[in-house]
Design a protein around this ligand. Structure first.
Ligand SMILES: C[S@@+](CC[C@H](N)C(=O)[O-])C[C@H]1O[C@@H](n2cnc3c(N)ncnc32)[C@H](O)[C@@H]1O
Length: 449
């Protein structure tokens, strides 16, 4: 790979003796990783789990097929190995209010939800609408319960969530130097001034983030760049501007301390974490964890109210009685024909660009409900009255959007389709045929191997 001359000169100066190994790392193949999903009941997809990633309980080196049943049903999530350490640094507890401010495509949000054991409130925001759609798909497939997914600028978000969150992650847009070997085209828009330009945007995002942090809450900031302007220098600025202090991050073999000498010399900057590809098997990353030392009372905000009328509520209750067992939705919300379960802790959504207010339950049709894919993704097989095990060939037909035949004796109704015990979506059985309800926008063809 051809690295920009000024990039090489900069890191030769900063890294000194470590520079040759750093440079050599760009010639090596990028690492791949995946996480198993602890929110889903244990299944045994044939996935090689022989190479665990340090400090990431469900993370492994290796590649998973994006067109496999394990991926489609949300049992695995592909993610770059270094990136997995970020959510581990956030370490949210079940029940907390957590914001992932720059969230798409959703690697860290899915991991945060897993660490929260689907309890509490996860707000995932993404400024870019196209990317926010992918975020919705990924959180839905992973089975995240009642996530609030927004498509907002950070400065428009902060008035809605004043001093609200226990934990905030800012996985900032950055110059992406740490990903050059995975994405060599990123080198073409790099120039010596690019990191400083990125830092301006990072400070704007952080100004909004700090306003949303509860007194005593924690903020994690991460980038996938080596640039001190976007890493230690941003943290030095935060410490200077706000009542925040650095929390030391756990480091195991191959993980490095932050470099105070690359910012204002504050020795506390060593508490941040750097991942260099010459010493850690993953891309370049920087992570810092800050604790608010502010004091103050929580601000009262107006909560979102349920807007579902008696008849539609009854329709949903009837669907539950006829199809589910031991399932409790949160508060109910209706957008158009769509019915959602939402977390009653969320603020009034008026004026916010909402991508998903919670878990999609179904579409309200005349006197019936069509269950959604999102509902299938949060259900365990034992929570459904009728399940239908399907073969690999039937699964291929299902994700392609085709109908397929089944036992002609099966009673008519909604069935949660299971491939090797993994729920893959709903189908409606009518006279020995399984009608396909796999969402049109997600359909794909599995290539013949
Ligand atoms: C490093 S990526 C996030 C990756 C994500 N956290 C994950 O783990 O999948 C940074 C994100 O910030 C978004 N972004 C770009 N400009 C932004 C801005 N001004 N404010 C907030 N987010 C921004 C980008 O669209 C991008 O999705």
């Amino acid at each position: 790979m051809e690295l920009p001359t000024q990039f090489k000169a900069k890191y030769q100066r900063l890294l000194g003796a470590q520079f040759p190994a750093f440079l050599q790392s760009f010639a090596e193949a990028p690492q791949h990783g995946f996480r198993l999903n602890p929110l889903k009941p244990p299944a045994h997809p044939a996935i090689d789990q022989s190479r665990p990633i340090s400090n990431v309980p469900n993370g492994y080196y290796g590649k998973v097929d994006g067109k496999s049943p394990a991926h489609q049903s949300g049992y695995v999530y592909s993610q770059e190995p270094s990136a997995m350490l970020v959510a581990e640094a956030v370490a949210p507890a079940p029940g907390e209010r957590v914001l992932d401010l720059c969230a798409a495509p959703g690697g860290k949000s899915t991991q945060l939800a897993a660490l929260m054991q689907n309890q509490g409130l996860l707000v995932a925001n993404e400024i870019d609408r196209g990317r926010a759609k992918v975020l919705v798909e990924n959180l839905e497939r992973f089975g995240v319960w009642n996530p609030l997914i927004l498509n907002e600028r950070p400065d428009r978000l902060s008035p809605a969530f004043p001093a609200y969150f226990d934990k905030i992650l800012v996985d900032a847009p950055c110059s992406g130097e740490g990903m050059f070997r995975k994405n060599p085209s990123a080198t073409t828009y790099w120039d010596a001034d690019y990191p400083a330009a990125c830092a301006v945007r990072q400070r704007e995002i952080l100004q909004a983030a700090v306003k949303m942090l509860k007194p005593g809450g924690q903020l994690v900031y991460s980038t996938c760049t080596f640039a001190p302007e976007e890493d230690e220098q941003i943290i030095a600025w935060l410490l200077d501007q706000y009542p925040l202090e650095l929390v030391a991050l756990d480091k195991s073999a191959g993980m490095s301390d932050g470099r105070p000498e690359w910012a204002d010399g504050n020795p506390e900057l060593q508490r941040t974490l750097r991942l260099f590809p010459q010493s850690f098997a993953g891309d370049g990353h920087f992570i810092a964890k800050l604790q608010s030392t502010a004091t103050g009372k929580p601000v009262k905000i107006r909560g979102q109210r349920s807007n579902v009328g008696g008849a539609d509520r009854k329709e949903w209750q009837q669907f539950v009685a006829q199809n589910l067992t031991d399932f409790k939705a949160g508060s109910l919300l209706q957008f158009g024909e769509q019915l959602y379960s939402f977390n009653p802790e969320i603020p009034d959504l008026q004026g916010l660009r909402v991508m998903l207010p919670g878990t999609p339950l179904g579409t309200l049709k005349k006197h019936r409900i069509e269950p959604s894919y999102g509902l299938a993704m949060v259900l365990r097989p034992e929570q459904v009255q009728r399940t239908l095990p399907i073969s690999y060939e039937q699964w291929q037909r299902y994700v392609h959007g085709d109908i397929f035949n089944t036992d002609a004796e099966l009673p008519k109704g909604w069935y949660l389709l299971l491939y090797q015990q993994m729920p893959v979506g709903f189908g409606k059985v009518v006279n020995g045929t399984v009608k396909n309800f796999f969402p049109k926008g997600l359909r794909f063809q599995v290539e013949k191997g």
